[in-house]
Design a protein around this ligand. Structure first.
Ligand SMILES: C[S@@+](CC[C@H](N)C(=O)[O-])C[C@H]1O[C@@H](n2cnc3c(N)ncnc32)[C@H](O)[C@@H]1O
Length: 324
């Protein structure tokens, strides 16, 4: 109910207490029946009196009534700190051009924007993930910030477009790490920031949603994953299935007994179970290696104490593969 008067603004009251009041119904923008956002019960809980009531009714030029909620200012608008030429996209474009990548990427972010964000939210030693790497500004900013404060932040950049990943993201990082000539001019060398990165390509999925090895996985791909998961290093040579010894790193020699169905052929079925025979015929690690043999296989028929006494760690696939 609202008080009927000539004032443009009225208090809203719920009780039809005087002939001075009219009843108004909610209509949508096309004058169809609508509903109020607040129920009568809710309105009863609101402050409808005083100098600043929660609800205000206003008569508009068309003669209709507008009932609206008073916006109480309880918040403060934050002022941007990203103000200045170092934060505008044109700067990002100029920076890419100066690295010899004119027009290679639309709307690259400026380094200053990412540096400020990284300064605010990271500490030396953090790992920074950018899943939409584009021109690689995030990686560049990480390298610059490390140079400035002696930090050892690392970055992980993901870019799904192959031409961008190789021709822009990696190309840019390569240049800023090793140095380049500004705008291609031989008399304007820019010193490299140092650091480095490894370029990896995502293969097809190795494991399904249940953690089982996908049927189309090759021995080479599974071996590469296992070696990396076990040692943190890339496999030294692509596994062909000819030998179960994938390689050694520090105090670990990594073995895999696995032959995907589609790769099975006469003479190439080493089996997937670590039997006493399989163990006896495992190729020896390089001479001088005294570390642990880590053997991945579908199962083992050798008692745990015997494995321990031979300094062997058995890991069952797929369950004990990290990342499965
Ligand atoms: C807006 S750009 C990023 C710009 C970047 N911040 C820079 O400074 O250049 C987004 C990028 O993410 C890539 N992208 C989009 N979807 C992706 C996805 N699902 N995985 C990886 N990269 C993706 C696009 O190819 C594009 O290069």
């Amino acid at each position: 109910m609202i008080g009927r008067s000539d004032f443009k603004q009225h208090r809203v009251s719920l009780e039809r207490s005087s002939p001075d009041q009219i009843e108004i119904f909610p209509l949508d923008g096309e004058s169809n029946d609508d509903c109020w956002r607040w129920s009568q019960d809710l309105i009863r809980q609101k402050d409808l009196s005083g100098n600043a009531p929660d609800l205000i009714a206003r008569k508009v030029r068309s003669g209709k009534w507008n009932v609206c909620q008073r916006a109480r200012k309880t918040t403060k608008k934050a002022k941007t700190i990203f103000k200045g030429p170092e934060y505008i996209n044109q700067t990002g474009t100029n920076q890419l051009t100066s690295m010899g990548l004119r027009g290679a990427f639309d709307f690259p972010k400026p380094i200053g924007l990412l540096s400020t964000i990284l300064e605010l939210v990271t500490v030396p030693g953090d790992l920074i993930l950018d899943s939409f790497a584009g021109s690689g500004t995030t990686g560049h900013a990480v390298l610059e910030l490390n140079k400035q404060d002696g930090g050892n932040r690392r970055f992980l950049l993901v870019e799904m477009e192959e031409p961008i990943a190789t021709g822009v993201t990696a190309a840019r990082l390569q240049r800023v790490i090793t140095g380049y000539n500004k705008g291609g001019a031989p008399d304007k060398p820019v010193r490299g920031l140092g650091g480095g990165f490894r370029f990896c390509r995502l293969g097809t999925a190795l494991f399904d949603e249940f953690g089982d090895i996908c049927t189309d996985v090759t021995c080479a791909d599974l071996a590469a994953h296992i070696f990396f998961a076990e040692t943190g290093m890339p496999i030294p040579a692509r596994a062909t299935g000819a030998t179960p010894l994938l390689g050694t790193h520090r105090d670990r020699a990594v073995y895999l007994l696995f032959t995907p169905e589609q790769e099975e052929r006469p003479g190439n079925t080493p089996g997937t179970v670590l039997t006493p025979d399989a163990l006896a015929t495992l190729p020896a690690p390089p001479e001088g290696f005294t570390g642990t043999k880590v053997i991945y296989a579908g199962g083992t028929a050798i008692p745990a104490d015997r494995l321990r006494s031979q300094n062997i760690i058995f890991k069952q696939i797929p369950y004990q593969i990290e990342g499965a």
